[in-house]
Design a protein around this ligand. Structure first.
Ligand code: 2AM
Length: 169
């Protein structure tokens, strides 16, 4: 299984992100992320088995972090439009701390993860035109759960399937 840990947008934020994605897609082309797949990655684990999932279940249950709100108000890209994303113009201390603590715990438990620095973003488009601008209407996201996802390849494309959620409180 291909695993990663992230945040899933609540319904209102998901709808607003999907709207921003559609507007950008019309202007900048590329391949849009499906609405169901919209998420924010905290740590990409990669290959894992049933034991890894059990280990992650305990690890997330032990993660003591309160719920918090953060704001998406920045549009940008990686690698000249290879990925067009929505992110935070002003870093969210709570979001950064959550990712930091999660990665510390993963390291302590010797669960491997992609060590690239945490750059909070929601991927909207792939292979699009480069862009950097402010999002006209900022999107507020209440983070109240952390989610273990499985990335599943299907005939219709990749699908990010939540395996379990752990509340932040
Ligand atoms: P993204 O966060 O930029 O969208 C599943 O593949 C998710 O994990 C995607 O959201 C993907 O990119 C993210 N991810 C982070 N590091 C990754 C890596 N090394 N390989 C594949 N996906 C990675």
């Amino acid at each position: 299984m291909r695993l990663f840990i992230g945040l899933e947008p609540p319904a209102a934020a998901r709808k607003a992100i999907a709207h921003a994605r559609d507007q950008l897609h019309a202007r900048h082309g590329g391949k849009p992320t499906s609405t169901a797949n919209l998420h924010l990655t905290l740590a990409f684990i990669g290959h894992g088995d049933v034991q890894t999932i059990q280990q992650l279940r305990h690890l997330l249950a032990d993660l003591d972090h309160p719920g918090f709100e953060f704001t998406l108000d920045r549009i940008g890209d990686f690698k000249q439009g290879a990925i067009v994303w929505l992110g935070c113009g002003t870093p969210s201390a709570s979001l950064d701390l959550l990712a930091h603590n999660l990665r510390l715990r993963l390291g302590d438990a010797r669960v491997g993860f992609d060590p690239q620095p945490f750059t909070p973003h929601v991927t909207l488009l792939r292979k699009a035109q480069p862009i950097i601008e402010a999002l006209p209407t900022p999107i507020h996201w209440q983070a109240d759960a952390i989610v273990l996802y499985e990335s599943v390849s299907t005939a219709a494309g990749v699908c990010y399937r939540p395996l379990f959620r752990h509340p932040l409180k």
